[in-house]
Ligand binder design. Structure first.
Ligand code: UD1
Ligand code: MG
Length: 448
């Protein structure tokens, strides 16, 4: 059965107190909207329609950057969840599969739950849950296993408010039926809004069946404030740590390591405490990421040893058995097999060949204030400590640079390049200087 996703993302999110639309606030380095899109994507939808309103341009950009087949439609006025879903109608003309409505601010709905909704035998299927505190959620009015209607908290009687089963907002129905029912909804209710929830009562009255699939409260966790955003991130991190450990990754102190939504870590990799993974990181098997390292947009091949205190920035590509040591920053650079950058260095916009050794304090001077330039270091090169490599520059295979050199032109293979002021030595001069300075200090302390 073909599926269309409709993701509601027009709301302002007033309680976030933000310039940015709520659904773009990140959880584990990805906008919460992307989490919802990923959950829906597991159903292999034929259409993904996102209903945007507040910050629609930014929402469109983020949504299509993640999935360029996603379509964004505009809800210029937020007249209610039912009105929001109706904005997707034109995009789904002629589509007669099932539509699933998700919220962009509800990031953790599980794929199995959505699949269970698709498989349920009823015309309209609602995802329900029993929260610890039912608060102001819409209440599900059941008749056995059949769903009669949903009543919004504001419109509910005291008896209806005492019902424990609540509406998550996720709903599944054949698209033509859903839009047909939505066309019949009005806004004569306590909020003056067009309620998506009204389609249940309308479906039942027109002889259609409706039922409920239930899930844990954690799956329907919605984000409305910064505190809830932090709680959602914490929940994500806890799950990801467990998942990675089950997959054979060692986390010495799991609760101190932070992952992104798309982090991939291979088996038997060891991660020490206090490591942060930004978006776009892949680490192969058998690597070691030592304490206090920060990685984003990079790839670490098998056997790499990173850190402690290393920073790998986007575009970093490390081949097998590379060693990146303390206080080293790497950006947009390819470091070939067995190469080492062990201490206090910046390697940016560069290539480092097989088994080359980059001495402490080396800097690729890649930026001239206007443009970025490339440094090409061959294989088996030895870069002496505190070398400044002023890009664009290339160092041939097997070459060497002397410590403290400022290298401004290309160095050919197997050559030694040196560029530093010649050393001057003045016999006995240090002794003389010390005596002069001590005498001066003694005069000053007598004077005061
Ligand atoms: C909705 C449900 C309620 C359910 C609760 C679960 C309705 C009428 N009520 O209530 O039964 O228990 O969610 O969290 O559906 N949105 C738009 N455009 C709009 C209105 C909302 O895009 O015009 C989006 C919001 O950005 C949000 C989602 O739809 O992502 C839900 O809207 P919200 O106002 O939070 O609905 P609730 O009142 O919480
Ligand atoms: Mg809500």
């Amino acid at each position: 059965m073909a599926v269309a996703l409709i993701i509601l993302a027009a709301g302002k999110g007033t309680r976030m107190n933000s310039e940015n639309p709520k659904v773009l606030h990140p959880i584990a380095g990805a906008p919460m909207l992307v989490h919802a899109m990923n959950a829906g994507a597991t159903l292999d939808p034929e259409h993904t329609v996102i209903v945007a309103g507040h910050g629609a341009d930014a929402v469109t950009k983020a949504a299509t950057a993640h999935d360029d087949t996603a379509k964004v439609v505009l809800q210029t006025e937020q007249l209610g969840t039912g009105h929001a879903v109706l904005q997707a109608k034109d995009s789904l003309t002629g589509f007669d599969g099932k539509a699933i409505v998700l919220y962009g601010d509800t990031p953790f709905v599980q794929p199995e739950t959505l699949q269970a909704m698709l498989d349920a035998e009823a015309d309209v299927v609602v995802l329900g849950f029993e929260p610890a505190d039912a608060g102001r959620y819409g209440r599900l009015v059941m008749d056995g296993t059949s769903l009669e209607r949903i009543v919004e908290y504001k419109d509910a009687s005291p008896i209806e408010r005492s019902l424990k089963l609540c509406n998550s907002g996720v709903i599944c129905a054949p698209a033509p039926l859903l839009f047909d029912l939505l066309d019949q909804t009005g806004n004569d209710n306590a909020s003056g809004e067009y309620y998506l929830t009204d389609v249940i009562g309308l479906a039942r009255r027109s002889g259609h069946s409706a039922t409920v699939v239930t899930c844990d409260e954690a799956e329907t966790l919605g984000v409305n404030s910064r505190a809830e955003l932090a709680a959602a991130d914490a929940l994500f991190q806890t799950r990801k740590r467990v998942e990675l450990m089950e997959d054979g990754v060692t986390l010495v102190a799991p609760e101190t390591v932070y992952f992104a939504l798309d982090t991939i870590i291979g088996r038997d990799t060891l991660i020490e405490p206090n490591v942060v993974f930004g978006p776009g990181v892949t680490v192969e098997s058998g690597a070691t990421i030592r304490a206090f390292s920060h990685l984003e947009g990079c790839h670490v091949a098998r056997g790499g040893i990173i850190g402690p205190y290393a920073r790998l920035r986007p575009g970093t590509e490390l081949s097998e058995d590379v060693r990146i040591g303390n206080f080293v920053e790497i950006k947009n650079a390819q470091i070939a097999e067995g190469a080492k950058v062990n201490h206090l260095s910046y390697i940016g916009d560069a290539g480092v060949g097989v088994k080359s050794n980059i001495g402490a304090g080396t800097i690729t001077c890649n930026y001239d204030g206007v443009m970025k330039h490339y440094t090409d270091i061959g294989s088996n090169v030895f870069i002496g400590s505190n070398t400044m490599l002023v890009a664009p520059v290339s160092i041939g295979d097997g070459a060497m640079t002397g410590s403290g050199s400022v290298i401004t032109s290309d160095v050919e293979s197997n050559a030694l390049a040196l560029s530093r002021a010649p050393q001057v030595e003045k016999p006995g001069m240090a002794r003389k200087l010390f005596d002069m300075l001590k005498a001066k200090k003694a005069r000053q302390s007598r004077g005061s």
